[in-house]
Design a protein around this ligand. Structure first.
Ligand code: AMP
Length: 223
């Protein structure tokens, strides 16, 4: 069996984190832990967390750190994440979350942090045309829809436009990214974990570059 991996994937909304994480999770057989997907499921199921999260999410604002941290710590404590590793997509989003993650994974640290760099004009275009599967998180677009109507090719789930993929909510989310999340680039650069990848290339090329970087990191670690 292939080795697992322990990765954080950073990048603006629409940088391609979800698309790459779906592929990487198959390649390395590790769980794709997307806090956005977990929160959307909580909203659908109307759990206590979902009820607290809904308004903030619809308007594009971040949830307070204390609401999200327990959910992630619990997920990272599950057997698959402990034994094989994980891909974190959409977490951490603030320095407070990154510090919490650092202490949670202190015994088996991250392999690296991938930052997908994409110009803002490109992410705006990607986000307004984006469509997502409500069941498995697979990502489509109006120009590359599923084969049979808005039904997911992978799992048969319903493919929809997210409520926060509107021009207003996208602006709020990009501002939150600049203010709260961009400082993580320095945070991880200081720790020698950062790998910056051009996310404006096509998904196959981005995937190939990412896999090559992970391979090199893992080879360096085992020396
Ligand atoms: P995403 O699918 O990653 O774009 O997340 C959708 C929304 O969920 C965000 O706009 C936030 O409202 C919320 N969210 C997801 N992850 C986090 C996080 N790590 N911290 C705070 N809020 C989050």
């Amino acid at each position: 069996m292939t080795a697992g991996v322990r990765l954080v994937v950073l990048g603006k909304q629409g940088a391609g984190k979800g698309t790459q994480c779906v592929r990487l999770s198959h390649r390395y057989a590790v769980p794709h832990i997307s806090t956005g997907d977990m929160l959307r499921a909580a909203v659908r199921e109307q759990t206590e967390l979902g009820l607290k999260a809904k308004t903030l999410m619809d308007s594009g604002q971040l949830l307070p750190d204390e609401l999200i941290m327990g959910v992630v710590a619990e997920r990272l404590g599950e057997r698959d994440a402990r034994t094989r590793g994980f891909l974190l997509d959409g977490f951490p989003r603030t320095i407070g979350q990154a510090e919490m993650l650092e202490s949670t994974v202190a015994e088996a640290p991250l392999d690296c942090v991938i930052d997908l760099e994409v110009p803002t004009e490109l992410v705006m275009n990607r986000l307004v045309s984006r469509r997502v599967c409500t069941a498995c998180g697979a990502i489509y677009s109006t120009s590359q829809p599923p084969i049979h109507g808005w039904v997911c090719d992978n799992c048969g789930g319903e493919v929809i436009q997210r409520k926060d993929d509107t021009a207003d909510a996208i602006m709020v989310r990009l501002q939150a990214y600049e203010k709260e999340t961009r400082p993580l680039i320095e945070f991880y650069r200081d720790r020698g974990l950062l790998e910056t990848i051009d996310g404006s290339e096509d998904p196959d090329s981005v995937f190939a570059v990412t896999v090559a970087i992970i391979k090199k990191r893992q080879a360096d670690q085992s020396r």
